[in-house]
Structures are given as C-alpha cells and as structure tokens.
Design a protein. Structure first.
Length: 187
C-alpha cells in the first residue's frame, strides 16, 4: 500500500472507508476530509485493508456482455420449464412476473483487501396498494446476490417458479375455502 491509497479501517468491528496518509507509522484518515466527523489517527496493521474500487465503465461493459448471455440462458430455461412465461430485458435487467435480475457491484473481502466486483442480484418486487394515508408503492425484496451470471439466472428462474407455485397453491386454498363456505350455506 502507498500513501494516499484508499483503505478500509476496522472501527468497533465495522469496516469503514478511509485513506492511508503515512504508510510508515500507519496514520490514516477515517471518512472524508470535508465532513464534520473526519478524523486522523494511527491504526494497527491488522485493522487496515486496502480497498480496490471497480471502474464503473468496466463494470457496465461486463454487465452488458453478461446480460445478453443471461437473457439467452433464461429464455432457454423458460422455454423448457415454463413455456407460458416470457422473460424480457427492461432497463438493463431481466424481468418476469415481478422478479428482476439486476446488475450490481459487490465488495468482496479477501485476506489483504476489499475488492469491488461486478455481480448480479435477484429481487422480488412487491406492490403495496394505496391506503387512506399512504400512496401506492413498490418495494424490492432481495433474494440473493450471485457473483456470476449463470448462478444468477438459475436463482432467477427458481424464484419465478417458486412465485408461480405459491400462486397455484394459494388459488387451491381459496377454492377449498370457498367450497367449504358454499357447503355450509354461508355464500
């Protein structure tokens, strides 16, 4: 590590961003210099790890290349497993039945450093209808974050199938409940 390089510093069992100011006596700046809580102090060697950010253009190029492969792979899987469902590309992510496969950047911790890598995240989008006090809203529920697109597509297809199966069993339960109400003469 050289003076001025980005590092992560362990502070109370949490890793926070900082800058190595002097590699000889391990003087580091914690946080950003223009913020009120910036501090400079000496750290133990075991509490400092180099931080290697991923260039955004490299990440975007990787995601674009892998997105096309993931799309083809997902189409093949859907054709074999769920022929009535169609996967599509919307806003640089795969989408089907409220499930998306989104490009993300993750931090991976190694023995000596933190490295940012291009990865994927499977999300389920849930609809929250409007109420008297709150407007209509959508929230994402992360399912998993595989680092390679093959595992991500597998998790994407599995999640869509699980949602479809859940809908099937919910419909069966509703039918049985309606049938029991009809037999009792309630409806």
């Amino acid at each position: 590590m050289e003076n001025g390089c980005k590092v992560k510093l362990r502070v109370k069992d949490q890793w926070r961003h900082g800058t190595l100011l002097n590699k000889d006596n391990l003087l580091c700046g914690l946080g950003e210099p223009h913020y009120f809580n910036y501090e400079e102090r000496h750290y133990d060697r075991s509490d400092i790890k180099e931080f290697v950010p991923l260039d955004e253009e490299v990440a975007e190029a990787t995601h674009q290349k892998e997105l096309q492969s993931a799309f083809v792979m997902a189409q093949e899987a859907f054709a074999d497993l769920m022929p009535n469902e169609k996967v599509e590309i919307k806003d640089n992510c795969l989408s089907c039945m409220g499930v998306t496969l989104d490009p993300v950047i993750h931090e991976k911790e190694t023995i000596a450093r933190f490295v940012e890598v291009a990865a994927w995240q499977v999300n389920i989008w849930k609809h929250h209808p409007a109420t008297r006090w709150e407007p209509e809203d959508y929230s994402d529920c992360p399912v998993g974050s595989p680092t390679n697109y093959q595992c991500a597509v597998q998790l994407f297809v599995l999640t869509v199938f699980k949602l479809k199966a859940d809908c099937y069993w919910d419909a069966k339960a509703d039918e049985a409940f309606a049938r029991s109400l009809a037999e009792e003469g309630i409806i």
